[in-house]
Design a binder for this molecule. Structure first.
Ligand SMILES: O=C(O)CCC(=O)C(=O)O
Ligand SMILES: [Fe+2]
Length: 223
C-alpha cells in the first residue's frame, strides 16, 4: 500500500531544514546506487560526515517516528538515518530496485521507503518519483513537506530534472510486520477504528475491531 502523507513536515520545519541544507556540503551520490549506480544515479547528497548531517538526520528521524500515518501503515522497528538529496538540471535516478539490506552489517531489512519533498513542485521541472506497479506507473511530485511512503519492493526511478532543483529526503524502514499484505490488514482495521472513534460508534463494535487488530498484531509482529 502506498500512503501519501500531506504535510509530514510543517512549513516551518521545511524552512529550518532548507536553511541548514543551504550551508551543507553535498557530495556525489552515485557511489551508493548499487551495481548500476554510476550509470543510473546522478545526484548529490549531504555527506554523512559533514557537520550539519547528524543534527538534520536526528531532527527528521524524530518527526518520522512521531507521525501517526507512518506508525499505522509501516509499524516501524528501525528507521535508517535519512539521505538529503539534491537533483539539479540533468540529475536523475534511473529505474532500480533498492537494496534489501542496508546499514552496517548485519544491516536491516528494507520493508518501506519514504520520500519527503523539500521544495514546491513548481521549483523544478521533471524530477517525479515514479513507482512501477502492477497497476501501471504511479507518479508522485508532492508539495514541500509532503511524503510518499511505499513498500520497498517496487521498481522505481526519479525522472530527470530538466530545470531548477529538486530537494528531497529519503530513508528506509524495517517493519515489525514484514508482509505488506498483513500490514495492510492491520492498517485497514486501524482506519476503521479511527472512524468509529471519530463518529462515536457502537462501543461493542469498537471493542471487537480493536481486539481483532491487536490480536493480529500480536500474531504477526516481531518486535
Ligand atoms: O528521491 C526519491 O524520491 C527516491 C530516491 C531513490 O529511489 C533512492 O534513493 O533509492
Ligand atoms: Fe530507490
Amino acid at each position: 500500500m502506498v500512503a501519501v502523507i500531506d504535510g509530514l513536515l510543517t512549513k516551518e520545519q521545511v524552512q529550518t531544514i532548507a536553511k541548514r541544507l543551504f550551508s551543507a556540503k553535498f557530495a556525489d551520490g552515485s557511489m551508493s546506487g548499487g551495481p548500476l549506480g554510476k550509470e543510473i544515479k546522478k545526484n548529490t547528497q549531504v555527506a554523512p560526515n559533514s557537520p550539519e548531517y547528524r543534527e538534520l538526520a536526528d531532527f527528521v528521524l524524530s518527526i518520522i517516528k512521531q507521525n501517526e500515518t507512518v506508525a499505522i501503515n509501516a509499524i516501524p522497528r528501525r528507521i535508517l538515518p535519512p539521505i538529503f538529496a539534491s537533483y539539479t538540471e540533468g540529475h536523475r535516478y534511473g529505474d532500480h530496485v533498492d537494496a534489501a539490506l542496508m546499514g552496517q552489517w548485519p544491516g536491516m531489512r528494507t520493508d518501506l521507503s519514504i520520500t519527503i519533498f523539500l521544495n514546491e513542485p513548481g521549483a523544478y521541472e521533471g524530477g517525479e518519483l515514479v513507482l512501477v506497479t502492477d497497476f501501471g506507473e504511479q507518479v508522485y511530485k508532492g508539495k514541500a513537506g509532503d511524503a510518499v511512503l511505499y513498500p520497498t519492493h517496487y521498481r522505481h526511478r526519479v525522472n530527470p530534472v530538466t530545470k531548477g532543483r529538486r530537494m528531497a529526503i529519503v530513508t528506509w524502514m524495517e517493519s515489525m510486520v514484514r508482509d505488506p499484505a498483513r500490514r495492510e490488514i492491520i492498517g485497514d482495521l486501524a482506519a476503521v477504528m479511527e472512524r468509529l472513534v471519530a463518529t462515536k460508534g457502537d462501543e461493542e463494535l469498537m471493542l471487537r475491531v480493536e481486539k481483532a487488530r491487536l490480536n493480529l498484531l500480536r500474531m504477526w509482529a516481531d518486535s
